[in-house]
Design a protein around this ligand. Structure first.
Ligand code: PLP
Length: 354
């Protein structure tokens, strides 16, 4: 039997999503930019999907821009707002996804911004007073803090961070790629400026995502070459992906509580079984605290033994897929970011079943 424990990396597509996508693949091959009926039909599908996504998040369809996924959406939010909104400083955490961190590091190196990293403690938490102090000292700032961390599952209170940014007239971007479709998010009454999403994290197709841009922010495109997405993202629309994304989001939000209850049961069982059977096992970040973590992520450290060194390999042979790495020996690591990696015990091997 195969067991898939890598849903933070990507999720299997929901059968209903595959169904709607294959249905339109058969008949709806028009280019949404064409003005004939085939084109108009394709355009209608894209706009219907946009409306669905917007309604589910409590925003206007004009604030949703489809992209090729989370990485592009993060790049667009950061690069375009830094270029167009007069941003001189960016405050972020050292444990953002590389779509955010590497983008900001590059912009810092080029001299476009000064990058400021918040401290994180050994649980992966940030200090909101430090954020307030940094914002007070640095005008013309954007804050970029993810909703939940993809490695250790910590959840950050983005509504509170948005309010703090508001007080200091700072822009706020949040990478919500791991939480859209998994945690409730109502943007109808918030000052968050940008959020990002990726369909393959909520049982939709790969290669499609979106960027929400709060209507008060006027930025220019990242990708030029066409009038698609109301002149904001050139390139023929991935209509099958976009329709699949909307369907997947609809289903995820509809079934959120049931899905959450099911996954929390599995996660609790795994935590208890690991504690019972593996002496010296420990958990990274807040991932083992059911109430304080993203329920889809668990980050476990196993004591380093010869057997544990081959753990992922042996799991794979048994048909169990999980992400992880080796803190004992050199190699790729599930906690690739230095701050988490250095908080992790070097005598332990971290694995992320999700
Ligand atoms: N941001 C976070 C937090 C992620 O977990 C991921 C994917 O792993 C991304 C961004 C990138 O998304 P995509 O794979 O759609 O480019």
């Amino acid at each position: 039997m195969q067991i898939y424990l890598d849903n933070a990396a990507t999720t299997p597509m929901a059968p209903e999503v595959i169904e709607v996508m294959t249905e339109i693949m058969k008949d709806d091959y028009g280019n949404p930019s064409s003005i004939h009926s085939h084109g108009r039909q394709a355009k209608t599908l894209v706009e219907k999907a946009r409306k669905t996504v917007a309604q589910l998040l409590g925003v206007s369809p004009a604030e949703i821009f489809f992209t090729s996924g989370g990485t592009e959406a993060d790049n667009m939010a950061l690069r375009c707002s830094i270029a167009d909104l007069g941003i001189k400083h960016v405050i972020t955490t050292p444990i953002e996804h590389h779509a955010v961190l590497h983008t900001l590091e590059e912009l810092h190196k080029k001299g476009d911004i000064k990058l400021i990293l918040l401290s994180i403690d050994d649980k992966g938490d940030i200090d909101l007073q430090e954020l307030r102090d940094l914002l007070a000292a640095h005008p013309e700032t954007m804050v970029s803090i993810m909703h939940a961390n993809n490695e250790i599952g910590n959840i950050y209170d983005i509504q509170q961070i948005a309010a703090i940014c508001d007080e200091h007239k700072a822009f706020f971007h949040s990478d919500t790629v791991q939480t859209i479709g998994h945690l409730p998010l109502d943007l109808s009454n918030t000052s968050i400026d940008f959020i990002t999403a990726s369909a393959h994290k909520f049982h939709g197709p790969k290669g499609v995502g979106f960027l929400y841009i709060n209507g008060k922010n006027k930025i220019n495109p990242l990708i030029y070459g066409g009038a698609q997405e109301r002149n904001m993202r050139g390139g023929t629309e991935n209509i099958y992906g976009i329709v699949g994304l909307a369907k997947a989001l609809e289903l995820s939000i509809q079934n959120m509580q049931e899905h959450r209850d099911h996954v929390v049961k599995l996660k609790s069982h795994m935590i208890n079984s690991l504690k019972e059977h593996i002496p010296g096992v420990s958990f990274n970040g807040r991932s083992a605290e059911i109430k304080n973590s993203l329920y889809t992520v668990l980050n476990v450290s196993f004591p380093c033994t010869e057997m544990m060194d081959m753990l992922l390999f042996n799991l794979d042979i048994k048909g169990e897929s999980a992400s992880g790495g080796s803190a004992c020996s050199s190699g790729s690591n599930v906690v690739p970011h230095e701050p988490i990696a250095s908080n992790a015990d070097s005598e332990r091997i971290p694995i992320r079943p999700s």
